[in-house]
Design a protein around this ligand. Structure first.
Ligand SMILES: [Zn+2]
Length: 209
């Protein structure tokens, strides 16, 4: 016999201030935020944001993340470097730690994060086996990882401000920088719109039946 859940008693936790109140009130009595038993359209929103981030991941990898202009950049007046191209350059020049950090932060982490959220969405909609304990850990991990995937946008931002040698050499952010920032922001929003309580709901409905 399961103890009753807050949702069964019509109680909802305010998303803003955390106060537990009857959902029938519509708004939180303390901060006036709208009350919901679960985040509205959580799975649909998460899927949409995940598809958007996967679509932006392609230009983020294929287009140049930064353009180097000036001496040594060729007669065309500039050369672009993709994320993977940059990793290979760092690796070949012996900067292995930098190459590993950039490869992990920009290639591995976004793929892992999207894969983890897809798995959680499938589990919450009953299309994958539900194991709330492991899924809770996975969900917390995606939130922690997300904060570190902005690393190479920062690298470009720092290079752009530091390497301004006038006529000698200029670094400008390429179109992939914007796409990559989009990937990071959309995956963060996807993790925020996913409601982990849907996993416990599924577990509850399985054990109740
Ligand atoms: Zn509130």
């Amino acid at each position: 016999m399961n103890p009753p859940r807050a949702a069964d008693l019509g109680l909802a936790c305010c998303h803003t201030c955390g106060k537990l109140s009857p959902v029938a009130k519509g708004h939180c009595p303390r901060c006036h935020s709208p009350l919901h038993l679960r985040k509205p359209n959580s799975l649909n929103r998460t899927w949409a944001l995940l598809i958007g981030s996967a679509a932006l991941y392609v230009p983020a990898m294929v287009l140049p993340i930064m353009n180097v202009e000036g001496l040594g950049a060729g007669a065309a007046g500039g050369s672009g470097s993709t994320i993977v191209g940059g990793v290979i350059t760092f690796w070949n020049s012996g900067s292995y730690p930098v190459a590993i950090i950039i490869f992990t932060a920009s290639v591995v982490i976004p793929i892992l994060k999207v894969a983890a959220l897809v798995w959680l969405c499938l589990a919450a909609s009953g299309k994958a086996p539900a194991s709330p304990k492991n899924h809770g850990k996975l969900y917390r991990l995606t939130e922690i990882l997300g904060r570190w995937s902005m690393v190479d946008v920062f690298v470009v931002a720092i290079l752009v401000t530091v390497v301004q040698l006038g006529a000698l050499m200029t670094i400008k952010p390429g179109p992939a920088a914007l796409s990559f920032a989009g990937v990071v922001i959309l995956t963060m929003l996807a993790a925020m719109s996913f409601d982990p309580r849907l996993l416990w709901d599924r577990r509850f409905s399985q054990s109740a039946s």
